[in-house]
Ligand binder design. Sequence first.
Ligand code: ADP
Length: 352
Amino acid sequence: MTGATTLINISVNAEGAARHDVLSRAGFEVLNATSAPEAWDLLERHRPDLVLLQLPEREAAEVLRWLQADSSVQAVPVLHLSDRDSADSMLIAAVRGMVRQRKAELALAEATAGLEAANEELRRSNEDLKQFAFVASHDLQEPLRTVTTFVQLIAQEAEGRLTEAEKGYFDHVVAGANRMRSLINDLLSYSQVGRKDMPKATVDMTAVVAWAIENLAGQAAEAGVEVRTAERLPKVWGNFAQLGQVIQNLLSNAIKYRVPDKPLVVEVGTRETHGPQCVISVRDNGIGIAAEYHEKIFAPFKRLHGPDVPGTGIGLALCRRIVDMHGGRIWVESEPGRGSTFFLRLPPSPQK
Ligand code: ADP
C-alpha cells in the first residue's frame, strides 16, 4: 500500500485540535470531525487507515456502535483515547503501531485473495484437463477399433497373396494399434481417478495386500516370486479398490523389474511413524532405480524402459494420483542393483 496515511480524528474538545497538529507534524494526513454526521461524511468520502476517537464515554460508545454496524467501515481500526493519553510521543507511537498492523493485515488479505484466485484457476484448469483427457481418450477408442478391424480384414482377405515383407507391415500396424489402445485405456483410467465418487471407509491393508496378491497369482507363480507380508498391517482411511490398485501396481512392477535369474522376494511391511499417519512399504530385490529418476517415474507415461518390457508408464502416475486423493504421499528409496522400496503414507482409520 502506498500514499499518505489518512487518519480521521473525531473529537469535540481542544485536545482534538492539538492532536491534529501533533499528528500532521509527524507526517499523517489528519481529517477532523467534531460531530458524528461530520465523521460519517468523511468516512464515506475517504478511506482512512485509522479513526481516532476522543469523546465522552457515552458518545464514544455510540460512535463505536455505529462504526461497527456499517460493514464498509467495520475493518477500519479505531484508537480510543482518554484525556490521559495525551503524551505526544506515545500518541505517535500508538498510531504508527496500529497503522503498521493495519497495512500488514491488508497486504496479507490481498495476498490471500490472490492465492485463492490462483488456486481456483488451477482447480478449474485441472478439471478442464481431466475432462479433456477423458473425452479425448474415450473418443479415440472408436476410430482405433475401426482401423484395427479393417487392417485385420484386409490381411485375412489377402492372406495367400502377401509377401513376407507385406505380412510384416501388417503385423506392425496391428502392434502399433494395440499399443495405442493400451495407452488410451491407461489415459482413460488415469483421468477417471478423482472423477468418480470415492467412498472412503476403514480399510485393512492386510486384506488389500491379500487381494492384490490374489489378482496377480498367475504372474507371480510364473515369476516364482515370494511375497512376505508383515503379520499385521495398519488399518487406514480410504477406498479399498483404489488402494488395491496401488498395491497391485507396485507388486506387478516388482515382478516386471526383477533381476533375471535371481529369486525375487517382495516384502510388504510397515514403518513406525511419530505422527498419526500410517506408512506401508513394498520392498523388492529387483534392478533398482537411479536417484535422478526417483521423482520422474511418478509422471504420466514416464518410462525408463523400452518396448521390450511391457507397460505404458502410467502405473506409478496412477498410484500417485490415488494416494494424493487420499491426502497421503508416495515415494521411493532405491539404488541401482540394490532393489527398491516404495512407501505409502496414508491417513489412519479412526477405528483401531
Ligand atoms: P511402466 O511399468 O508401465 O513402465 P510405471 O509408471 O509403473 O510404468 O513405472 C515407471 C518406470 O519406473 C518404469 O518404466 C520402470 O523403469 C520404473 N520402475 C517402476 N517400478 C520399479 C521397480 N520396482 N524397480 C525398478 N524400476 C521400477
